[in-house]
Ligand binder design. Sequence first.
Ligand SMILES: Nc1ncnc2c1ncn2[C@@H]1O[C@H](COP(=O)(O)OP(=O)(O)OP(=O)(O)O)[C@@H](O)[C@H]1O
Length: 314
Amino acid sequence: MNSHHTSPAVEVTDLTKVFGTGTRAVRAVDGLTLTIDQGEIVAFLGPNGAGKTTTLDTLLGLRSPTSGNVRVLGTSPHRAVAAGDLGVVLQTDGLIPDYTVAETLRAVASVQGGHATTDLAGLAASTGLTPILRRRVARCSGGELQRLRLALALVADPRLLVLDEPTAGMDVTARTAFWDTMRVQAHGGRTILFATHYLEEAAAFADRIVIIARGRLVADGTVDEIRALGEGAVVSATWEGLDEPALAAALKVSGLADSVLGTALRGEHVEIRTSAPDDVARWLLTATPAAHLGINAVSLNEVFTALTDDDAVA
Ligand SMILES: Nc1ncnc2c1ncn2[C@@H]1O[C@H](COP(=O)(O)OP(=O)(O)OP(=O)(O)O)[C@@H](O)[C@H]1O
């Protein structure tokens, strides 16, 4: 086997990208190191301005690093693109409004030359475009356009597919349909790297979640590993007639106040985030009027906010 097949799909080493100079310099990516193996499906998350797009642009050869190194499938981004190994779905691109979906597919396939699939009908079918092949680009919905962009990215059957917020602005139905299509494409060892703001879709679709903030890596792991970074669990219950002072007083008497990381009270619904969920649950059931008890892991959203919060201690 040659190194082309065994090398990582993506190797980012100490990548830094600075825009501008002097007092106006922006460190968009700040010493990022990341390896993605072939066949992995990775979600790339971070708040606005975290450096996701800049990192992806560097991987695609659209920007050069200020320092550090980026390799794609064992070679430079430019070589990987030239070899047809890299498929890309970006937030903006130059689709031609007057072309139909079919014409767009044919045009892109023709410029890809020898790398392009000869089975455009099959590609259209697998990306859900068959019913709209004769529709003009100008008349396509946002979700249809993204499926078209996906099909264009797949024309050369690339081994690495990079998508920058592919479902931004889609409604829930369109997002679900898009990821159903993506599932079909995530076969045969294709590596998929996508940036997103939607934690649920990262958790539902990716094997691995990479979170960056201010250009730096803040977390990297499976969905369960990321979730486990959230401290404690949330015990929820209904408690008739409860108000904030009564809750504080009851917790004080319970002897469990030290384990409590936070509380939220909405009407009769109380949530207690705690490092001792079993003890808090037992106390609620045996020593208080609380009912309808539930214990849940801290949500991914809460973990994400805690990890990427600007005020968080690094
Ligand atoms: N061409 C540029 N010139 C100057 N600054 C830039 C440029 N491109 C990006 N930046 C800055 O670099 C930082 C990272 O931006 P980037 O677009 O990579 O973040 P992002 O994580 O993709 O954000 P979003 O989720 O909002 O798309 C931001 O502060 C942004 O303003």
